[in-house]
Design a protein around this ligand. Sequence first.
Ligand SMILES: NC(=O)C1=CN([C@@H]2O[C@H](COP(=O)(O)OP(=O)(O)OC[C@H]3O[C@@H](n4cnc5c(N)ncnc54)[C@H](OP(=O)(O)O)[C@@H]3O)[C@@H](O)[C@H]2O)C=CC1
Ligand SMILES: CC(C)(CO)C(=O)C(=O)O
Length: 309
Amino acid sequence: MNIVIVGQGPIGLMWYRYLALSTANNVKIVCSKNVQPPPSFFSFSNLNANPPDKLEQIKLVSADDDSITKADLIIVCVKSFQVISALKRLQNILNSKTIIALCHNGMGVKEQLPDTIKQAQTIVSFLITHGAKLNAPFDIVHTGLGKTDIGLVCGSLNSKKQAQLIKTIDNALPQTSWQDNIQQKQWEKLAINCVINPITAIHNIKNGDVNQEQYDQTKIQVLEEVITVAKAEGIELNHGSLLNIVDQVILLTAENSSSMRSDILAKRSTEIDYINGYIHQLGIKHLIPTPQNSLLWQQVKATELQDKK
Ligand SMILES: NC(=O)C1=CN([C@@H]2O[C@H](COP(=O)(O)OP(=O)(O)OC[C@H]3O[C@@H](n4cnc5c(N)ncnc54)[C@H](OP(=O)(O)O)[C@@H]3O)[C@@H](O)[C@H]2O)C=CC1
Ligand SMILES: CC(C)(CO)C(=O)C(=O)O
């Protein structure tokens, strides 16, 4: 497959490394304007191997306009608030046969996609539970082995193309599956992020600390609001099983720093508008009060602003 990765963060470089291992793939990258020209190599290590893999130097090939037009698959690995501008940058050279995969946290990007892109392209979502981090620019570590759920966001994908996509991604990083109802999975992931991300960012704590009793009420109220808003959007979520999923993720990632806490500590913008902010906006749309999600959204926004002063 001809594959273009957009974004030189840990997730973009993680996909690059695993997909480029196969001779069946021709993988190239589009980096942000901040790194032009990109380096010719990047460093990669995998903490999941036993013993951990040696540091690898991987050749990095930049995508020119022609390779973007000829791509079978473009995987966009940028923050939720960067997706639309990343796509607009490519829009004039996109081929309608190219599958576009969006690999980001949060929801609300679909609603912002320009009609011209929605009508012309097949767009899928890559929902991942892998973890990766940057030691330094172009030096990444695959920290947590996870799985990938893929599903259709807009356009269409015949069964042959769908099977080829799953095979390519599963060969690169196993435990990849097609989800007919990706929306349900997106909402479950959103609920996890609505609880863990703002609490860890505001209180500057590790994911595991969200299990402390003092956060129980917030956790329960956030989830109740998410469930009510999801219902208004036609998605059924169950409080008991959602609480279980959230608690499991808190335990499994107990030692991790959430992406939002890391963003705040590094004085970067967070994805809060696409997480609790998304629930706040849908609350307004459906006239449903979402006091806890709105409060967490405002608190993280205030922390972001304070850090930028
Ligand atoms: N890291 C993780 O373990 C996980 C991350 N995710 C989600 O995946 C998404 C990507 O994560 P991650 O890689 O960590 O994010 P990062 O923000 O670290 O990396 C995104 C990269 O994309 C670059 N970029 C921004 N705009 C463009 C553009 N228009 N064209 C090309 N490159 C661009 C950024 O460059 P610049 O800095 O110059 O703007 C940055 O290097 C996020 O939504 C994240 O929440 C989900 C699960 C796990
Ligand atoms: C699941 C969780 C909370 C893992 O840290 C995450 O997705 C994030 O940090 O953004």
